[in-house]
Write a protein that binds this ligand. Sequence first.
Ligand code: NAD
Length: 337
Amino acid sequence: CSSTTPITATMFPGDGIGPEIAESVKQVFTTAGVPINWEEHYVSTEIDPRTQSFLTWESLESVRRNKVGLKGPMATPIGKGHRSLNLTLRKELNLYANVRPCYSLPGYKTRYDDVNLITIRENTEGEYSGLEHQVVRGVVESLKIITRQASLRVAEYAFHYAKTHGRERVSAIHKANIMQKTDGLFLKCCREVAEKYPEITYEEVVIDNCCMMLVKNPALFDVLVMPNLYGDIISDLCAGLVGGLGLTPSCNIGEDGVALAEAVHGSAPDIAGKNLANPTALLLSGVMMLRHLKLNEQAEQIHSAIINTIAEGKYRTADLGGTSTTTEFTKAICDHL
Ligand code: NAD
């Protein structure tokens, strides 16, 4: 479709169903003529002392160099003395915002037909700062860290996203009535940024009320921005509104323009190696990556091919009530292209 100079992007196929769905992405991208060369990196079987995790230094360097990548699911190895893979990626690449678009897929019926929202989760601090300890026997303490710098950064990203994507409203989700200092600071930063974007409506919604509103009428929301833990929970809740984790893409935004797109689901060990996985979430994450690279034409083509294949209903994987294998579903998308 394009004669543009090829772009090099890092690919982490990941564990479990990862290599199967990564293969699907590669096939669909090739069929669509996407000018991308994949630099593939696998999770190592040994801990790299330079990263203290199963991710090698070379893998991280690849993302830093290419500034763009696609990540399949990674199983968290059990054991001590190493860092979680996702945590390593977030910290080392400073992936400060997790962006998840959540919209109703035409042709795939769920309880709601009109979901079209974006969750933006602060990805580096809050309750996930890893600061937990035992005070005395039977009493433990966990520290929630909120900083002005990280709150301003994610708020700025949310408003900029809203403005550049034709969105009208940003809702900051919080519990500042109870967590007055931490969530209070988060809100203060959101308000400061909101003032710079008078064309975007700004509102504040308490997290419990937000959950109630989301399940009652998700169309009430547009862009939601929130601290780490709330974002973790709300983004999965939103995935449930449109058909589950197999359909939900995401993209992690880092400083220096790094973008690492990833499916939100795990490695699905129960169906790994059986040609049963639904590649939609990773494919749609790939589409987010293409939009980030401004390869909008190919992004739209692939997006339509996925939507049309699902809407037609002839080829669907088991999680969507069908009987197709991963390869049959992938071939149907390629045929649409
Ligand atoms: P999971 O998402 O792997 O699986 C939950 C259920 O959803 C399973 O029944 C699975 O078969 C199904 N499922 C998930 N993705 C699917 C797809 N694309 N197509 C069809 N069905 C799909 O969650 P889990 O079982 O809790 O976790 C398994 C492993 O994945 C763990 O090691 C966990 O740490 C890891 N994990 C990684 C990430 C990540 O890399 N971002 C996220 C979540 C879990």
